[in-house]
Every structure is written in C-alpha cells, then in structure tokens.
Design a protein around this ligand. Sequence first.
Ligand code: ADP
Length: 169
Amino acid sequence: MVATLLSLFSVFTKTMADPRKERTFIAVKPDGVQRGLIGEIIKRFEARGYKLVAGKLLWASKDHLRNHYKDLADKPFFNGLVDYMSSGPLFAMVWEGKEVVKMGRQMLGATNPLASMPGTIRGDYGIDVGRNICHGSDAVETANREIALWFKPEELSDYEYANKPWIYE
Ligand code: ADP
C-alpha cells in the first residue's frame, strides 16, 4: 500500500516537474474549418515538435462557448463572438510540449490578424479580428481550465513520441 502510494507520488511529481508535459488547448475555429485549415494548423504544431494528445471535431453549443469565453462576457463583441464560434463545427485539440502555451500563442499571432506577423497562423490566413481562424490558451492556468472544459480525462492520450530524443536534448 505504502509502496503503491510512493510510486503514484513519484509519477505525479515527475509529471508536474517535467516541462515537456505542459499542455495547451488549441481550437481551429469554424472559419478555419470552413477554409480547410485544420491540416495546416496541425502540421505547424507537429512540425515544431509538439505532440497531439487529443483532437475532435464538434459543433459547440452557445452555452458551452459562453462558459469558455466567460471572462469576456462584458465586452461589446461577446454575443457576436458566441454566434461566430457556434456557426459551424470547430476542431478542438490538446497539444503537449515545452512552453507550448507561450509558443502556441506566438504561432497563432496577435488577436487581430492585421496586427499579426506573416509566418503566424493569423498573420498568414486572416484579416478580421472576428474571423481569426484559431484559438490558443493564453496561460498555463487558462489551458488547464479549457482542457477540462472541452475534454474528458479519458480523451487525453498519454504516450511518448518515438522521436523524443530528436526533439529534446
Ligand atoms: P485571443 O483569442 O487572442 O486570446 P481574446 O481572448 O481577447 O483574444 O478574444 C477572444 C476572441 O474574441 C478573439 O480571438 C476574437 O475571435 C474575438 N475578439 C476579440 N476582440 C474582438 C473585437 N474587437 N471584435 C470582434 N471580435 C473580437
């Protein structure tokens, strides 16, 4: 019993301490799905060396989206944002790897595509802020909340990339 608890604790602390286990929530928004960009966005995260641990196409309800964006509830664009995000299916994902939250945001670019550098997802594919292709968690705590909101624990796959030593030193 004690040995089991100790080994569970050791797995837990290793996972917590390993920066390569950081996770973020990334979603290809309905405009990105309609424009055929799911593969392009997956390709960018894969090519960088990040690992996909969950992914699904779903048509989110307005209630779910109001909850997801609850911090923006007092913004004038809130209702339009919920309408846009519920206007078609989106592709929800969880990506894992070192500093994936911060790098995911950099790979997305600025909220407004017109302020995003070419080379970023929004800078390469978007024009309007209300059609900005892709969502990415803005902090580790937000990522944990969003992952729990969009995925059940059993939908997240814990596995190792065979090429991990070629990505991390
Ligand atoms: P981000 O998605 O970059 O984290 P925010 O959390 O500030 O940005 O906003 C959430 C989403 O709300 C944006 O991605 C965008 O789709 C939408 N949004 C933000 N600002 C505006 C705006 N001024 N007008 C319309 N939609 C907006």
